[in-house]
Design a protein around this ligand. Structure first.
Ligand SMILES: [Zn+2]
Length: 204
């Protein structure tokens, strides 16, 4: 492998110029594609024609990932183990091939819907009433729900907490209780097609 320096030359496809172009490696600030955060002073291949970043070399990969992780907001809750089991069972029912990353997507699906629709957020508040019954048969073991979400998603969680007046832990509980009603209990899960599509995207 070759360690690159600022000023080194290369060639790459530039999608702006729509051509194979000469590039020069330079330190640049690179915004993430979803607009959430920026990686600073990353060595990148810059198109000599249009001055846009067109490639990032191997030596920049970890720095980009580290910046990406820093832009994410941790969401944590200690839940009775039965909640994590229910969440995992729902994930499995939607698509048996998904990995643990899909927990976050499913939770955020409910957060997203509830931040836009009072009907959805009202259902979460109502679902929390099933808490006592749901937790009774469970053992005392607790599990940590630990996910990292983008800043806009963290803002949506805060918005739903404000509307429902639920703590973060109770919000996560209420979502799992609603998931139990929507996805685990019914013969045919609610919004099944939409959730299947979500799983397909997650698997890519
Ligand atoms: Zn270009």
């Amino acid at each position: 492998m070759k360690l690159l320096h600022a000023g080194d030359k290369s060639k790459a496809i530039c999608y702006h110029c729509n051509a194979l172009v000469h590039t020069t490696y330079q330190r640049r600030d690179i915004p993430f594609s979803d607009g959430v955060g920026i990686a600073t002073d990353i060595l990148a291949g810059v198109c000599d024609v249009c001055d846009r970043v067109v490639s990032t070399p191997a030596q920049s990969t970890l720095a980009i990932k580290a910046s990406r992780d820093k832009a994410m907001v941790p969401v944590e809750a200690q839940l009775p183990a039965i909640y994590m089991d229910a969440l995992d069972l729902a994930c499995y029912r939607i698509d048996s091939s998904v990995n643990s990353d899909f927990r976050k997507r499913l939770l955020m699906y409910y957060v997203g819907k509830s931040s836009k629709s009072p009907a959805w957020s009202d259902r979460l508040v109502a679902a929390l009433k099933n808490k006592v019954e749901f937790e009774l048969p469970a053992e005392s073991a607790r599990k940590r729900l630990s996910i990292k979400v983008s800043k806009p998603m963290a803002d949506e969680i805060a918005a739903v907490m404000a509307v429902t007046k639920l703590s973060k832990t109770d919000l996560m509980k209420s979502i799992v209780l609603q998931i139990n009603e929507d996805i685990i209990k019914p013969k045919m899960p609610k919004n099944f097609e939409e959730l299947r599509t979500l799983a397909l995207i997650a698997n890519c």
